[in-house]
Each structure stands twice: as C-alpha cells, then as structure tokens.
Design a binder for this molecule. Structure first.
Ligand code: DC
Length: 224
C-alpha cells in the first residue's frame, strides 16, 4: 500500500558508526528534514543529571522526558531555551543516554515527538529503532555499521581534534559496553531489521556512504 505520509529514510546503527554524519548529508542532498533521535536520549541524560534524577528511576525519567522543552534550530539544540549542543555530545552524557534509553517509560515519552519530525518533503531519521519501531513504514531502511576498532579510531580522532584528551583502550571499552547495552536491552533493542540494507563503512569514506544511501533511495523511489 502506498502511504500519503512524507517518505522516511531510517538509518540505524551502533554508536560512533558515523550514521549521524551520513544521515545529515543525505537529508541535505534531498532537501529532507533530519531527526537525530540520539540527541533526545542525550537530552534526557543531561536534564536528569542536572536535576539529580537517578538512572535507576524510570518513572521520574519518563516524566522528565515527556515534559522537556526542546528546540532544534539550525544545528543548535536548546533545552528550556539554553544552548546545550556541546554539552549533550560529551562522552559521559552519551553513556548516560544509553542507560536511560533502556526504559519503556522514557522511550514511550519520546515517541510522538519523534514522529512529529515527519514533514514534507521527507525525513531522514537516525538512531537505534527508527526502522523497527518509530518509522516501520520507512521507504528505505539502512543498518549502518563499522567495526568497533574503526569506530573507536574515528571517535578518538574527533575528540583529539576538539582538544579533548582521550585514550583508545578506554574508548574501545566504552563503545563495547554501549553496544552491548543498546543491543541486549528488552525494549526496542538495536537490530538490523528484515529488509534493511546493510552498510559497513569500516573502509568507506563519508562521500561513498552518502552516495550508496542516495543510490538505494533512488532505486526504491522509482519502484513506488
Ligand atoms: O546515537 P547516539 O550515540 O547519540 O545515542 C546515544 C544513546 O541513546 C545510545 O547509546 C542509545 C540511545 N538511543 C536509543 O536508545 N534509541 C535511539 N533511537 C537513539 C539513541
């Protein structure tokens, strides 16, 4: 059945796989909107830390998530009017995001907000459950991954370029822990759903990965 809703390209994958960069570039090429769903979990992580809410309290985390005042404007993320774009990118907030994301209370609170990003002419959404739960009718589903070594090296270079000190062995361990938590949780775990196109970017440049996604999309759009 052909849907009247704007088309969605869902890009899921593990942490530091480069899916954010690829998704943003694909959205720009197509003139589509872009949803960085991980930013929402990072916002819950940041806000709960600031308010002293424990990562062991799903009820309080869920009610915090449903009441957050969030705005995305020209690449800037605002929480209650304050620019938190840098703060949510910190490694410790990424780790905490992975911890708060295990709860259905938090995930359910963010459901409607995520779906509200589906606007004309279309949406590119990246995360863990874009294809499996939020946009199950996505035109194109991509599972974008890279080896844990390649992902740790990329993250290391990003941090060093920003002047933040980092240690490879610590990054590797953190990525492995987050992969395990995101993949093994009971609610909406990270998975490569049936029908998804697998894109391993371990040996691909960003340009090559973007070109591959665009070419899959062009192929599928022609079949609609
Ligand atoms: O994509 P990211 O690294 O910014 O996401 C941070 C954490 O948020 C990730 O470890 C798991 C969680 N997350 C999720 O559970 N579901 C999503 N759709 C996106 C992120």
């Amino acid at each position: 059945m052909v849907s009247n809703l704007p088309p969605v390209i869902a890009i899921d994958g593990p942490t530091a796989s480069g899916k954010g960069t690829v998704a943003m570039r694909v959205a720009a090429e197509l003139g589509f909107h872009y949803l960085d769903s991980g930013a929402l979990y990072r916002l819950v992580a940041l806000a709960s830390e600031k308010e002293g809410i424990s990562v062991d309290n799903p009820i309080a985390l869920g009610s915090l998530a449903s009441g957050m005042q969030i705005e995305f404007k020209d690449g800037v993320v605002l929480l209650a009017g304050r620019d938190v774009s840098e703060a949510i990118r910190e490694e410790k907030i990424g780790s905490r995001a992975s911890q708060v994301a295990i709860y259905s209370e938090v995930r359910d609170a963010l459901l409607t907000l995520q779906r509200s990003f589906r606007q004309k002419p279309g949406l590119v959404a990246d995360g863990r459950d874009m294809a499996s739960r939020i946009f199950t009718d996505a035109v194109l589903k991509v599972y974008l991954t890279a080896s844990v070594q390649a992902r740790a090296e990329r993250r290391y270079k990003q941090l060093i370029a920003k002047g933040i000190s980092a240690r490879m062995n610590v990054l590797l361990q953190d990525l492995q822990e987050r992969d395990a938590r995101d993949t093994n949780r009971g609610t909406a775990p990270l998975q490569c759903v049936e029908g998804a196109y697998l894109l391993d970017t371990s040996n691909l440049s960003v340009d090559q990965a973007v070109a591959q996604v665009l070419s899959w999309y062009a192929e599928l759009r022609n079949q609609l």
